[in-house]
Design a protein around this ligand. Sequence first.
Ligand SMILES: Cc1ncc(C[n+]2csc(CCOP(=O)(O)OP(=O)(O)O)c2C)c(N)n1
Length: 683
Amino acid sequence: MVNQTQMANAIRALAMDAVQQANSGHPGAPMGMADMAVALWSDHLNHNPVNPHWPNRDRFVLSNGHGSMLIYSLLHLTGYNLPIGELKNFRQLHSKTPGHPEVDVTPGIETTTGPLGQGISNAVGMALAEKLLAAQFNTQEHAIVDHHTYVFLGDGCLMEGVSHEACALAGAWRLNKLIALYDDNGISIDGQVAPWFIDDTASRFCAYGWSVITCSNGHDAQAVSQAIATAKQSTDQPTLIICKTSIGKGSPNRANTAKAHGEPLGAEEIALTRTALGWSHAHFEIPTDIYAMWDAKPKGQQKETKWNTLFDAYQTAHPEKASELMRRMNGELPTQFSQVVVDAVVDAHQKAQTVASRKASQIALEAFTASLPELLGGSADLTGSNLTNTPSTPSFRVGANAQVIKNEAGQTGRHINYGVREFGMAAIMNGVALHGGFIPYGGTFLTFSDYSRNAIRMAALMKKRVIHVFTHDSIGLGEDGPTHQSIEHAASLRLIPNLDVWRPADTAETVVAWAVALQNKNKPTALLLSRQNLPYLPKADAGNASGLDSMNKGAYVLAEPSEVGINKKAQAVIIATGSEVHLALKAQELLATFKVATRVVSMPSTTTFDQQSVAYKKAVLPKGIPRIAVEMGCTDGWWKYGVSAVVGIDTYGESAPAPELFKHFGFTPENVADTVRAVLQRS
Ligand SMILES: Cc1ncc(C[n+]2csc(CCOP(=O)(O)OP(=O)(O)O)c2C)c(N)n1
């Protein structure tokens, strides 16, 4: 009869062998967490290896993603479509077993982890999504959304500040179905952590409002299983289970040392470890009886079938709710959404309002949040500045009994006060998007996008629809000064592959930017929005859906020379973004008085424009005439558009009223016009 130690040893053997074969990787963490994994995966985790996308599965996040061989072993052993050949191919090109777990690459992986601290933060987002979705869809009889979110994490995740931001929120939100198991092995890369990590982790989590359980022997699978059972009983707090473990458990010479952390054990030590563990099977060979013990397919099928029966009953009783839930879980927008977009663009053209683009964003959101219940907004303590809330998005609140509070109309909150936690917000939003059922968006000042940056990058890498509302996007914010004024941010966000970046110029472009962001099912978007008012810019094709079609290409011809009374072909193209587009139009007028003919191109999204056909790009930016870019930010990114000059800012800003700053930094029609004339004289 196979015992739990043998089940754990199967993980240890696979981890040792795969890391050895790849000649790189981290054997220590999987070997140390193997018993915790047995406790969770064989006694508690509700999942179906045959259908990794079963909506009501428990979510499992390996926050210490360097221990990837733990999860690959578990997925293989429990019956996911991850054959042993993939484990033999660990860390090789195009294998399903990359160095760190990657969502949508390996069946059963819920999120991409590796950047420490973000996995636990994603898990907070998943648990939030579960709680909110349950409050929105479950009925007295039908607990359709009802699962746990489990996380494994190590010292590294706890040292990272983002874990504080996210875990504090998990406590405030009383995410009682979030259960984190801490691999407390006292080792990180530099050695015994004692000199640099003396936090009292139990007290820290108690202070966040978590329940904390300590397992003095994290290698006692039954004790860990008992702790998980207790954690599942929690009705109002998330739980941290502290498991005292040995890194590299089983290795006679490497266990409990940093040497077990990030390199192969070596053939000799592997042989010694096998002997110590009593594991005599060939490399990568798992005996059938151990496979049989691990096989989670029959139980998983049963659980899903039971849920399907419940869902059928739900569907019969509440057909609309059932199809709405499935639509949202599949990430599909409602069919009427495209009409909502057209109406919002037409409305923007008709009203022709002069407002800040952050206000234009709120106007767009009013239309979109009313028709998309999946939009889950928020702000990192700047709601009144970011303007991320609308009448359709009351504040998300949780009562002392851990229930999501509903208003008189029975609606849950849909706008989250993340507090001053930009990175936490971004990583939590990733978790919400990964869970499904919501499209998260969150606001802060553009300058603080640096705080969130790695989570934005992770959303882009994972191809998840997360929308960042970055307001106060330039020196145009004025008196707050250089600490708050973005300079390099637009350019540096544009460098992140698969991140769409929009800097709209007026109300119509802002609606389009939001619409594209919402339709970008497989990428995140950053919306860069002004603090200061911007005029509506008349467009030749306004008032019909074709206006939408040019704006959504990321750049379009806004004004030809004829619009300022010059009947000759353009001698130069002025390219501008966001708040600088109206300045470009004024420069165009001024140049006309000198008989200089220019075309103004509004380029709200360089990232979207870059995706267009060569023919379209040529039509907007014709060859043979000089181009001048205007943007209140660093100039670096513009040279790739073949510009002859950039009116930009390559220093930090200054504290002063915005109109003075515009003059000081040369953002005047006169300076733009002079720049164009200087370029023409040179060419
Ligand atoms: C944000 C981030 N910084 C640094 C690293 C590099 N790194 C990978 S593992 C690790 C140490 C983690 O220690 P611990 O969580 O205790 O893992 P263990 O040694 O127990 O495997 C570091 C610094 C990383 N992956 N992510």
